[in-house]
Design a protein around this ligand. Structure first.
Ligand code: DGL
Length: 261
């Protein structure tokens, strides 16, 4: 395809979607990527569906202006509230991210699983349809109020985060969950703190690797993989807030552009 050398675009309400970008960059190291962190408008999780759709359209248009050949919605809240509208409006393949309810519900031995996600995701029609498929399983839902704002302000290692996690996870421990689904792309960065709280047998699931595999599959089936086998993918990051937090969360030094989109 003529646009196969174009970049993969990704967006999130902030820095969380870099957890998905890392999976994509490691599975597809020859692909250029453009990551948009809409940190100025984070968190999306408390916003209305209409606002989430409008912000997702704005982000998509920015990524299309940069010639993205495919767009990864690296945000559960934007996927569960806006992907249908995005697919209807724009003529580019979209890959979304949804909480890994299905594998957790299939593999649970205690018949109880936990899900930590934003209010926007837990109240969405798409999420509730998925949960309805597993009526026999006790799905303990918890909104992660405050977590994204703390991560976005660089307080990943704070006692405030640990305190909130203890409060949110205790009812799940009481319900004897054996799987915890991380339904927000910011939360994989909290795994070390979560592991300090949960009993060691509880499996923690996120969807990052599955999104990367799906991205590869779609690029292959549409003949849009970069055909240049020697090309080393160039990652570019855009943020509309201070680049410091994004810089702190990326393990290598990358090109971060600050722009008011
Ligand atoms: N990282 C996003 C998600 O996966 C959204 C967090 C937020 O902005 O509330 O849901």
């Amino acid at each position: 395809m003529e646009n196969s050398k174009n970049p993969i675009g990704l967006f999130d309400s902030g820095i969380g979607g870099t957890s998905i970008w890392k999976e994509i960059h490691s599975l597809l190291p020859g692909e250029d990527t453009i990551y948009l962190a809409d940190s100025k408008n984070a968190p999306y999780g408390q916003r209305s569906k209409e606002e989430i759709i409008a912000l997702s359209c704005k982000n998509t248009e920015f990524l299309l202006e940069q010639n993205s050949k495919l767009i990864v919605v690296a945000c559960n809240t934007a996927t569960t509230n806006a992907i249908k509208e995005l697919r209807e409006k724009y003529d580019v393949p979209f890959i979304g991210i949804e909480p890994a309810i299905k594998p957790a519900a299939i593999h649970t031995q205690t018949n109880a699983i936990g899900i930590l996600a934003t209010k926007g995701t837990l109240s969405s029609e798409l999420f509730n349809k998925t949960v309805a498929d597993f009526k026999g399983v006790n799905v303990v839902e918890q909104v992660g109020f405050g977590l994204v704002a703390l991560i976005e302000s660089g307080k990943l290692q704070s006692e405030e985060i640990r305190e909130l996690l203890r409060e949110y996870l205790q009812p799940m421990i009481d319900a004897n969950i054996d799987h915890l689904v991380l339904g927000c792309s910011h939360y994989p960065y909290l795994v070390p703190q979560i592991k300090e709280i949960l009993p060691p047998h509880v499996k923690i699931l996120d969807s990052g690797a599955a999104v990367a595999r799906q991205t590869k599959k779609v690029l292959e089936s549409t003949q849009m993989l970069n055909p240049d086998a020697n090309h080393k993918g160039n990652p570019v990051f855009y943020s509309n807030a201070s680049p410091d937090v994004l810089n702190g969360i990326l393990e290598d030094k990358y090109n971060i552009e600050t722009k008011d989109f």
